[in-house]
Design a protein around this ligand. Sequence first.
Ligand SMILES: Cc1cc2nc3c(=O)[nH]c(=O)nc-3n(C[C@H](O)[C@H](O)[C@H](O)COP(=O)(O)OP(=O)(O)OC[C@H]3O[C@@H](n4cnc5c(N)ncnc54)[C@H](O)[C@@H]3O)c2cc1C
Length: 494
Amino acid sequence: MRIVICGGGTAGCVVAARLSEEPGCEVILLERGPHYPPGAWPSELSHAFRIIKETHDWQWFARAGASPRLVHVPRGRVVGGSSVTNGAIALRGHPEHYDEWDEWIDGWGWESWLPWFRRLEADRDHGSQPYHGADGPITISRWPRDTWFELQERFAQAAQAAGHSWVDDHNAPGALGIGPVPLNMVDGVRQTPADHYLAPALANRDNISLITGLTVDRIEMDGDRAVAVHTIDESGATARHGADAVVMALGTYATPAALLRSGIGPEDELSRHAITQRINLPVGLGMQDHPKISYRFDIGLPVPEWPNPWFQCLLTGEVEVAGERRVYQVMPYSGQNEAGQRFTDINVQVSDARSRRGRVRLGSPDPFGQPALEMGWLEDDGDRAVAVAAGEKLMTVSRTAPLADVLSPWANIADPDQVLRTVETFHHPVGTCRMGRADDPGAVTDGDGRVRDCDGLWIMDASIMARVPSANTHLAVIAMAERLADGFRSTVPS
Ligand SMILES: Cc1cc2nc3c(=O)[nH]c(=O)nc-3n(C[C@H](O)[C@H](O)[C@H](O)COP(=O)(O)OP(=O)(O)OC[C@H]3O[C@@H](n4cnc5c(N)ncnc54)[C@H](O)[C@@H]3O)c2cc1C
């Protein structure tokens, strides 16, 4: 069975590696960005100390909401995808928000996720706990408190003094408070699906091949069956890759865009670009993301110089909004980048964001063009109330000793509306090809990632998530890709 996987990012690396374990599969992985084997990474990518958006990025911009402001929404353009450019924060999120998936799809509650979270990790600090894994491909560690930079230590002490509990393990089910942030990192080096899933598969099996430098244009359909993927390279040369099965893993922005270019999507969106509709599905609608609001301060402390970690601790908390428990995250960052720029930023993230007002449309049918992205952040009243309440919690910590002694707030903090107008992405968009039940008019795939009303076409990346997890999404994408690849393997004829 010849399987063409579109996108060698986080999910693509996991799915390609797992499907190549099946001797009856021939796996072809297509990716636009470059490939670096283990040990050959450029230094800015190998260090897991900060996010990378200057290089190996698609340089896409999005509308923040109703305002005309355009915001950079980074996405990795490299084998490994956004897992290679992200902050390496390795959080799972709260069980109750995975349980909410049951509203959209059967069988995806928290208990069903746990085996896959355990399978993917080797948690160096808590691997013996029943809810952790000790020998999976992705190693997870935390900076010991005696190695923390002064801002991190002062932040933690102030948070505790302001009433937040200490947590050793932010991935313990239900954990809330201040403690070390779990990271997919060993001695400062990122632990990624590219190195720990894809590389061993490429080295040890001859039924998997990786082709880089190719932009996926569209899926060729024969009736309702996917039969090939069309690509184009930088010189304009096109190619057709015949397939028995096509797996889309281009990510939350690019997967719906490729489906739309293939004629799979809503009639109004396709007709705007004179694309013939082949299958009517609600592609590109209902995007969720975590809105991030930054509170900037001057600090009277030396900042860690590159290369050193910009963050080591994390605060999570809860507020009550409209009678409901809502959760948020606060992270203090500070650092100096390779260009010598210093900064401090303490930001609030609405972790259990509810808004589904984001949307991906086609900017044009040109496969090199960027999709038109509308993020919808804080357009939901509840999300906005969480952001305001969490900002007040952050400001209480900032006014508490010993943090207060070294911080002086920037002027914008006096005006909450101004702060909210600076909303940005916390980089966790999901749900533009959401999974759902057979009778759900908002669903693009079923619970196995199979695209509805099509044969031979699957999606296995963050775009199919039914609900954004209440934490950073990297681990959840790996866990989901593991699960979907396993389900796919059970359908491969032996
Ligand atoms: C800057 C940043 C910081 C983040 N920080 C964290 C963090 O600290 N912790 C955390 O848990 N999560 C974090 N995330 C989120 C997390 O990394 C993503 O949720 C996850 O990696 C998404 O996986 P994916 O497989 O859906 O997409 P991706 O990993 O983005 O993979 C998509 C792949 O498809 C390729 N591609 C796209 N379009 C085409 C095309 N037309 N043709 C060919 N190839 C194409 C891309 O180059 C990429 O390799 C961050 C993300 C970003 C961008």
